[in-house]
Design a protein around this ligand. Sequence first.
Ligand code: IPE
Ligand code: IPE
Ligand code: MG
Length: 247
Amino acid sequence: MKRPVAKPAPEPGDMVVPRSVAVIMDGNGRWARQAGFERIRGHERGIDAVRTTVTECARLGVQALVLYAFSEENWQRPQREIDLLFGLLKRFLVEERGTLMQNRVRLLHSGRRARLGADILRLLDETVAHTAGNDGMQLSLAISYGGRQEIVDAVRQLAQQVQAGTLAPAAIDEAAIQRHLYHPELPDPDLLIRTAGEQRISNFLLWQVSYAEIVVDDVCWPDFRAEHLHAAFRAYGRRVRKFGKVT
Ligand code: IPE
Ligand code: IPE
Ligand code: MG
């Protein structure tokens, strides 16, 4: 039996809900330092912000949400922090399955599998399979993800096809590269949100953000709440998107 679709509550006039949202969830370490805790406590508290953001985006009708959870460059962090982070990710995949199902969210993974441990891969694959029948928002967790690496991986597949004689170099166009991204079915983000104030992309979705609107919020990720998401959607609503054209 399908659950009834929750009606979005009325929101302040100028909030526009993007079709596709991407989030660089930054500032866990700073949050912990300010609170006098170890960095890992910030990551732990970040899970609450993930749950809030997923639930609220799903409720408001966002179709695709990509959350940057662990970058290819984050492998350079101390091993202890990496181990604790992956412990949390595994816990999230087990404990939040109910939330994903309740909100009819379909989980995906974006990133390279090579360096991921067997446990996290198994949990990712299980959760992806478990939620595959859901008809609501697509949620992609970017884990061991890098934007440059994603483009390299796509280009390598195209090169193999050229070598095999099944693809003419002249047939390589934007659509061909798009088709070989980790999740070609995901729409490009309309809105990219970054928390904790840093004004950079940090190798996130380089191909896909070419025309994304960017909103940076100073709040550290563990303190990110629905009100911050709404503020980002209001800022998005004020943007004039031109895509290179004259309006
Ligand atoms: C974001 O928080 C989470 C990950 C990158 C895994 P950080 O750990 O980068 O927090 P800051 O930037 O040090 O405050
Ligand atoms: C980006 O944050 C990666 C994630 C949020 C997972 P970082 O904290 O790693 O980025 P930099 O190092 O500040 O650019
Ligand atoms: Mg950071």
